[in-house]
Design a protein around this ligand. Structure first.
Ligand code: GLN
Length: 318
């Protein structure tokens, strides 16, 4: 076993006894989920994969779909069109907060539900789900599918999401009809992934949008920069501050128990365990990200970094 795999096995062992938190209960499929599995996967930008625990069990992507959908909307509709309907401000709000700017009706960012529904609506409605699944699959490096039962339960119980879609529509911030936009948002949340998929998705973001395994340039580097900025400020909702202080990496959680954390230029980390804290993030997942970031010195504001030898050099004039 190599050093990183041994390290992940040790972290898994350390975090496993943590059984705080509750599985999501708003739909039957999540409420009935086994709370115990725990997977960790780490993929480096040079294409190495290291795993520990239950890294090959499938679960629903949930809100980790939001930054990915946002990226696709930015690439297909352009920054200006997307910015007109979704802002980039750190809301510090719960994921399902009815967050619409007073005067314009714009959601604060694309990572809370209102903003995610708005960015979903920007993608052309014909073939939207197959386009999204194809894109998520390019990021993971394999074909993915959405679970029909979970998608249906999400929509049937999704009164608040439907209400937000209607509100967005009333403000002219929805590019599609509200029920269809919500249905596709729910189906995107129901995309099934493994912890290993999460690591590759995160590593693709760490590698400026180029999948380190397949070599495919999936996302424009400028879109990745935007995405990681928004994830840093808002990926963890009303726990974004503590997440940034403790982990110090752009991250995103989902109520299926998955979390991605991105160390730009270095690696992507995926963690999954279904018991959630009060903010809807995996308890073991947050703890794991904290330990991995600390031990591998990944915090983007880290004081561990030696000063560069030649200091700050100005760009050469062309
Ligand atoms: N499907 C969930 C919802 O829309 C996603 C929330 C989450 O993962 N934070 O409520």
């Amino acid at each position: 076993m190599d050093d990183l795999s041994r390290f992940l096995a040790d972290v898994h062992k350390e975090v496993l006894p943590e059984t705080d938190g509750q599985v999501a209960s708003y739909i039957p499929s999540l409420a009935q989920a086994d709370p115990d599995p725990f997977g960790i996967a780490l993929a480096t930008v040079d294409g190495q994969l290291h795993t520990a625990g239950d890294s090959e069990i499938s679960f629903s992507l949930q809100s980790i779909s939001k930054p990915l959908t946002y990226a696709l909307a930015l690439m297909e509709s352009g920054f200006e069109a997307v910015d007109a309907v979704v802002d980039v401000e750190p809301s510090g709000e719960a994921y399902n907060r009815i967050s619409l700017e007073n005067e314009t009706g714009r959601p604060a960012n694309a990572l809370i539900n209102a903003g995610a529904i708005a960015s979903t609506s920007l993608l052309p409605s014909g073939g939207r789900m197959s386009r999204l699944l194809h894109f998520y699959g390019q990021l993971a490096g394999r074909r993915l599918h959405a679970d029909a039962q979970i998608a249906m339960e999400e929509l049937e119980g999704g009164h608040r999401n439907l209400a937000m879609a209607h509100l967005l529509h009333s403000f002219g911030k929805l590019a599609d009809e509200p029920v269809q936009a919500t249905r596709d948002y729910c189906a995107a949340c129901a995309t099934m992934v493994t912890t290993t998929d999460l690591a590759w998705i995160a590593a693709t973001l760490a590698n400026s949008g180029c999948h380190p395994g397949t070599g495919e340039q999936v996302i424009d580097p400028l879109v990745v920069q935007r995405l990681l900025s928004v994830m840093t400020m808002s990926g963890m909702y009303d726990e974004a501050g503590w997440w940034m202080v403790r982990v110090g990496l752009p991250g995103k959680s989902g109520v299926g128990g998955g979390i991605i954390a991105v160390a730009p230029g270095k690696l992507g980390l995926g963690v999954w365990s279904p018991r959630l804290n009060e903010h809807g993030s995996s308890v073991r997942g947050v703890r794991t990200c904290e330990i991995v970031s600390r031990e591998l010195e990944l915090h983007v504001m880290g004081s561990h970094r030696p000063p560069s030898e030649d200091g700050l050099s100005a760009p050469t004039a062309s």
